[in-house]
Write a protein that binds this ligand. Structure first.
Ligand SMILES: O=P(O)(O)OC[C@H]1O[C@@H](O)[C@H](O)[C@@H](O)[C@@H]1O
Length: 236
């Protein structure tokens, strides 16, 4: 990996910089399992998470998973209560579970990711976080890495600016624009197939996959140029 080919690195957050993908996955499973039990459906699996939910904006994940089980629910709205049987109600129920775990356990960055951030900052590489999550900023703060990042484009930014979520490339392209960097000179770092596909669609200089469970072949098939299991492997 020759970092001098690149002026910026655009990191996904959950599962790339922090182990929060695991907290998201557990919160989704708790919420969907309770919902599915009442409908005589088999439980939510890791395969369901990786195929339909991982990396996508919250409501898109709910819609994609329900569609995979042939279930239709009313859309509802972002202010729906947690017990509402709507797309947004289910999303809000899962969000409460996610935030309860984050508040109880806190979060630290992956040590290898922390080391790569430090090394890239030392080189003067511009650093962005591009996350579908509306919780990205509190997670960055809790992990103590907000100050290391030059620009954050998250689920709230996407909603404010009407940007299409991953697997569309729009949020990554927005971050490159904010940093003033040509996408061809930027690396996208992603653990989810939706995010890898977004990096590929945006014609970024390199799409680096991090296999935290999605599977190296699956990430390669989605468009990753290189796949590692930890960012320690690509330290300058
Ligand atoms: O519900 P939030 O915090 O806005 O996050 C949306 C999605 O954000 C992604 O980063 C996670 O990979 C998903 O698991 C999550 O569902």
């Amino acid at each position: 990996m020759d970092w001098s080919d690149f002026d910026a690195v655009l990191f996904d957050l959950d599962g790339v910089l922090t182990p929060t993908a695991q907290i998201h996955r557990t919160a989704w499973a708790e919420m969907f399992d309770a919902f599915l039990a009442g409908r005589d459906q088999p439980p939510f699996t890791d395969a369901d998470y990786f195929a339909h939910v991982d990396g996508r904006p919250r409501a898109d994940g709910v819609r994609a998973f329900l569609a995979s089980r042939g279930i239709e629910l009313p859309e509802g709205g972002p202010d729906d209560p947690e017990d509402a049987e709507t797309v947004h109600g289910l999303g809000n129920r899962k969000n409460a579970a996610f935030n309860a775990v984050l508040a109880r356990d806190g979060i630290a960055p992956y040590p290898g990711s922390r080391r790569l951030l430090d090394a890239l900052r030392e080189r003067g590489t511009a650093l962005a976080v591009v996350s579908s999550s509306r919780n990205a900023r509190p997670v960055l703060e809790a992990a103590g890495i907000r100050a290391d990042i030059d620009c954050v484009v998250d689920g709230l930014t996407a909603a404010d600016e009407d940007l299409a979520g991953k697997p569309a490339p729009d949020t990554f392209l927005r971050a490159a624009h904010l940093l003033g960097v040509d996408p061809a000179r930027a690396v996208v770092v992603e653990d989810a197939t939706s995010g890898v596909a977004a990096g590929r669609a945006g014609r970024f200089g390199l799409v680096l996959g991090v296999d935290r469970g999605a599977g190296a072949d699956t990430l390669t098939d989605a468009g990753a140029d290189v796949v590692v299991t930890d960012l320690d492997e690509v330290l300058p």
